[in-house]
Every structure is written in C-alpha cells, then in structure tokens.
Design a protein around this ligand. Structure first.
Ligand code: OAD
Length: 231
C-alpha cells in the first residue's frame, strides 16, 4: 500500500509571496474586526464595505507569485510515490500557480462569487458592488465573494474527513491552529495513527500534537522537509 500524505496549509505559506497573515503582528485581523468583514452578519450590515475589502484582497492576490514553499509542495505531489493531498485554508491560488493539482480550498477561493439569494457559484469575472446582479436569479446586491466566513460550514468537509481517516502522514504548514475545523485535523489524524509534522514560523497553539516539528520561514523549512522526504 502506498503512503498517503495530507497537507494542511494556512496563511503562513503565502506570507513570503506578500500576502498578509491574519493573526501575526500587522495581520489582517489586527487592522479589521473580523465580525465586520468575515461574517454573514457583517455583510448584511454593510455589504459595500465587505465588497471593498475583498476587492482589495483580490487585487493583491492577483499580483502575488508562488514562493519556494508552494513550488516544493508541487514537486512533492509530482515526485512522491504515494498520494499527496493539499487542503488549504487560503483563498489565493498560489499552490495551483506553482503546479499543484490535488488541492482542496476549504475556505473557498478569492476569485469565486456566490449569490446569497439562490446559491449560484462561479466567477462573474467582474468586481462585485452592491449594484451587481446575479445572472442566475436576477437579484441585486446579493452577490458576495465565494469565501467561507465565520459561522459558515467550510467546503468539502466529507472529502477532507475521508482523506484524514486514510492518511499515514499529516502535515500542517503556516497555520496558527486557531480556527476550527482545520485546527482539529491533527487530532483526527492522530486518532488513526498518522505521523504528524508541523512546519511553521513558530510553534502553533497545538504544537504538542505534532511528533516532528521544524520552525522557520516556509520558503526555507518546506523545501528542506520535502527534499529530505524525497531523498
Ligand atoms: P494565521 O494568521 O492565524 O496564522 C498564520 C501562521 O503562519 C502563524 O502561526 C505564523 O507564525 C505563521 N507564519 C507567518 N509567516 C510565516 C512564514 N513566512 N513561514 C511560515 N509560517 C509563517 O492564519 P491561518 O492559520 O491561515 O479564515 O488562519 C486560519 C483562518 O483564519 C484563515 O483561513 C481565515 C482566518 O480568519 C477565514 O477567513 C474564514
């Protein structure tokens, strides 16, 4: 039986591509109240503000390039004799830009749109405003970014759960381990006896759950770990 690796990534893997993290010093949640920009209630209160916030993030993400950590994970996916699945909390598409194919976006994607009224999902290809009209149901002002907000269920949880139940190794990269359900994946992997690895700038809040740990910038620790695994 070939080995199966599930890799969870967070904002730290894209930090060196110039995309801000959330909870570090200068992180997005030190500048914005997440209740205003990352909850359904915040959107209902002030949709224009929320759409402007994500419009700016889309602009930044569009300019960002993958860094050595993204490339190393794509190389692992290509060269590892077993199966590699990347489950990312990130809404950027830098794993794919580096060449990774087996990627699940559990918190949605930056350039996706979702209609709050009829559930239509897909890119409209245009910046969203409160005047935007859903092409599927004709409702005005209910189109929003297709990203998972606090209080909403992440995408693909069934598929992720099955992958965790079957994995031999679980790796957590660049995530603070503060947000569930992703923060609970390491416990699920441990329950099935998987080997657990943490690669992060600093120990996360659940660091004790990992048997192997390497700390430093993702652009350094991730390629080093991948090369050791492939050698
Ligand atoms: P956080 O901002 O909570 O954590 C980022 C982690 O990356 C921290 O542990 C940092 O130490 C680490 N880090 C920073 N720079 C790094 C670097 N160069 N190399 C390696 N690690 C680095 O971000 P997430 O854990 O991704 O969800 O946050 C999880 C979720 O909370 C996000 O998906 C988002 C946010 O609210 C929603 O918006 C629903």
């Amino acid at each position: 039986m070939s080995e199966r690796i599930v890799i969870l990534t967070g904002a730290g893997v894209s930090a060196e591509s110039g995309l801000g993290t959330f909870r570090d010093k200068d992180g997005l949640w030190t500048k914005y109240d997440l209740r205003d920009v990352a909850t359904p209630e915040g959107f209902a209160r002030n949709p224009a503000f929320v759409l402007e916030f994500y419009g700016a993030r889309r602009g930044n993400a569009g300019k960002a390039k993958p860094n050595p950590a993204h490339f190393a994970l794509a190389k692992l996916e290509k060269e590892f004799p077993g199966e590699v699945l990347i489950v990312t909390q990130n809404i950027d598409k830098l794993h794919e830009a580096a060449g990774a194919v087996n990627v699940i976006h559990m918190h949605g994607i930056m350039d996706g749109d979702l209609c709050n009224n009829c559930g239509w999902r897909g890119p409209t290809g245009a910046p969203l405003t409160v005047e935007s009209i859903c092409a599927a149901c004709g409702t005005k002002g209910q189109l929003r970014p297709d990203v998972v907000w606090f209080g909403e269920m992440p995408y693909h949880m069934g598929e992720i759960g099955r992958a965790l139940e079957a994995c031999d190794t679980f790796v957590s990269i660049g995530t603070s381990g503060e947000v569930y359900p992703a923060a609970g994946f390491v416990a699920m992997a441990r329950e099935v006896g998987a080997h657990t690895v943490e690669l992060n700038l600093e120990p996360s809040s659940g660091d004790y759950m990992f048997t192997e740990r390497y700390y430093g910038p993702a652009s350094e620790v991730v390629p080093k770990w991948v090369d050791a695994l492939l050698s």
